[in-house]
Every structure is written in C-alpha cells, then in structure tokens.
Design a binder for this molecule. Structure first.
Ligand SMILES: Nc1ncnc2c1ncn2[C@@H]1O[C@H](COP(=O)(O)OP(=O)(O)O)[C@@H](O)[C@H]1O
Ligand SMILES: [Mg+2]
Length: 318
C-alpha cells in the first residue's frame, strides 16, 4: 500500500539543519491498522506530514522515498500532492480546526471537497454529505451547523467524514482522540475501526497512548528520537517488548494483568533537537546500556519476524 524507505526529514533553522526523522523505513499493508507510537517530539507528526506533503515551510525531506502507487510522494509537486490528498490519502488531525473552516457550514465543507474531486451536481453532493454524516453517527440536520456549534467529538466525526468522503486507500489519524474525554475517545476509536472495515482502507494511527494501541492496532511501530526502534505485531509488543524503550513505555502504563499498579516512568528525556549522540540515542536513559551502546550506533536487527534497534539482540556480535 505504502512503502517508506530510509526517509529523513530536517528543519532549517538559524542554527543550521536539524534532523528530526532519521532514516525511517516501513511498509503499510493493505487493510491493516498500523500504530505509530512514541513520546511527544519523537517525529510522529512530522512523518505523517511528509507522507501527505504538508510539511512546514522550513522542513525538508533530506533523503529516502515514500512510494505510493508506484510513485514517489517525496518527489511530487504541489499539484500531484493535492490529488493524492484528495483521493488517495485522507487525514484526521488532533485538532479538527486544522481541517475544518470556521466560516463554512458542515454541508459546505463536505460538498466542496466532493465537488472539487468528482463531477457531481450540488444536489447530489448534499445528498452524499447527508449520508456520510449518518455513517459517522451524526444526524443530517447538522449539515447546516457551523464547526463552533458542534462538540469536540462531533467535530472529529465531521473530520472523519471529510477524510473519507473520497474513499481514500490510506487514512492517517494523528492523535485524533487526545483532546477528547474517555467515553468520546472510545466512540471515535470504534468509528475509525468501523469505517476502516467498510472502506477497506489501511490506517496509520498515531498516538502516544498504549491503551489506544491495544484497542485499535494490528501492528506497531515504536519511534524514538526520529528512528524506528521496534516494529512488531500488537500481540508481540504487549506480550514481550524487546527494545528497552518499548519496555519502558509499557512499564509506564497500568498493566491490567499485574497486581503491581505503581507506574514506572522512563527516567530522563529524549535527546534535545540537534543534540548529537555518538552511540544509541536511547543509551542515556537505558537501564541496560553498556559502553558499546554509548559509543556505537545499533543497527536494526531482525528477531523472530520483528525488528529491533538494540545490541541486546545482535547475536554473537551484539
Ligand atoms: N516548525 C518546526 N520548526 C523546528 N522544529 C520543529 C518544528 N515542528 C516540529 N519540530 C521538531 O520536530 C520534532 C518532531 O516533532 P513532531 O513530529 O511534532 O513530534 P510528535 O508528533 O512525535 O510529538 C520535535 O523535536 C519538534 O521540536
Ligand atoms: Mg504530534
């Protein structure tokens, strides 16, 4: 569905260029929900903006490729990108106001999108918009509402309708439930799962919340400081995280299967942007770090059908 190879993204600042995504590779399979997890600042959003060609003006793709339908998104011009965003890749953001226009009604926003990309009459577009709203669990009468007249959960539903109205192959959801309370959060997750099945889309679900990963994902990619440190099935991650960072993430949430309900947060903070480390980027926070970890960069090792960036799994040479 989507093949990302060695993708690097940097920011140009007055102090030079800083790398925020460092050689990321993964394949998104058809019909799967892939969760991308990691602490704030590890590059989750930047990676999704690179895929949709929406990077901020001072950010650059400095290497690698994003192959979608035999074309490289990393090399597309704005026109081609707009087509991909229209019908290939839909996006739901944490803040619905990123994609909802406050001065237009719900009907206007959905029909505008529909009519920009397909040749249908105004009447037909309004009919389709009403049907879409019903699919995302909103009554048709809200077609006439403005975004500010809707609750946070309803805005997320409208954004889901907008993202899906052109039947994209890929849906990227970037922390879409973070600002919502828990019961609304659950409803939106159920909605995304339902729509994913109905539209047979592949989903990249970005979150820092492992409970959500457990609820929604088929596979998981753990990002740390702009690098993939582990990639595996959801079951494998929760049964036995391999990377010390994944282990730390799991230890910092309440485990339902454990009597020990104390949380153990990972000590320290991720490297600051622009900070150069000689060895593994996680070494300063890692309880298992050795001299080798502090001086050499671990490659990705393949272990039992999963990937992990840690010398612990390097076999005899590790
Ligand atoms: N406009 C910007 N200029 C400079 N650095 C930025 C900008 N936006 C994000 N960054 C940096 O890029 C890194 C990754 O950010 P982001 O992808 O938003 O993280 P996440 O979504 O995982 O929380 C962070 O270190 C952040 O400080
Ligand atoms: Mg983010």
């Amino acid at each position: 569905m989507l093949k990302i190879e060695n993708l690097s993204v940097g920011f140009d600042t007055s102090k030079g260029r800083f790398t925020v995504l460092d050689g990321l590779s993964y394949h998104l399979k058809k019909g799967e929900i892939l969760a991308v997890v990691g602490e704030s600042g590890c590059g989750k959003t930047i990676h999704s903006l690179a895929i949709t060609g929406l990077l901020p003006v001072n950010a650059r793709i400095t290497g690698g490729s994003i192959i979608y339908k035999n074309q490289d998104i990393a090399k597309m011009d704005e026109n081609a990108l707009r087509k991909v965003r229209g019908s290939g890749i839909g996006m739901i953001f944490q803040d619905p106001m990123m994609s909802l226009n406050p001065v237009f009604t719900v009907a206007a926003q959905i029909t505008e999108t529909l009519r920009c990309h397909t040749k249908i009459s105004r009447k037909e577009a309004i009919k389709q918009a009403g049907e879409l709203l019903k699919k995302v669990g909103i009554e048709e009468k809200f077609l006439k509402a403005y975004p500010h007249q809707l609750s946070g959960g309803m805005r997320q539903r409208v954004m889901a309708a907008l993202a899906l109205c052109l039947h994209p192959d890929i849906l990227i959801a970037d922390e879409p439930t973070t600002a919502l309370d828990v019961s609304v959060q659950r409803q939106i997750l159920e909605l995304i799962k339902k729509l994913q099945k109905e539209f047979s889309a592949s989903v990249i679900f970005i979150t820092h919340n492992l409970a959500i990963v457990n609820n929604i994902a088929d596979r998981v990619l753990v990002l740390y400081a702009g690098q993939k440190v582990e990639e595996c099935s959801k079951e494998d991650l929760f049964k036995k995280p391999l990377h010390p960072y994944s282990e730390g993430l799991l230890n910092s949430v309440v485990r339902l299967d454990s009597n020990d309900k104390r949380l153990k947060a990972i000590k320290g903070t991720p490297p600051a942007i622009g900070e150069v480390l000689q060895g593994c980027k996680f070494a300063p926070r890692c309880p298992y770090a050795t001299e080798k970890c502090r001086t050499q960069k671990p490659p990705l090792f393949e272990v039992e059908n999963r990937f992990v960036r840690c010398f612990k799994y390097g076999g005899q040479n590790g």
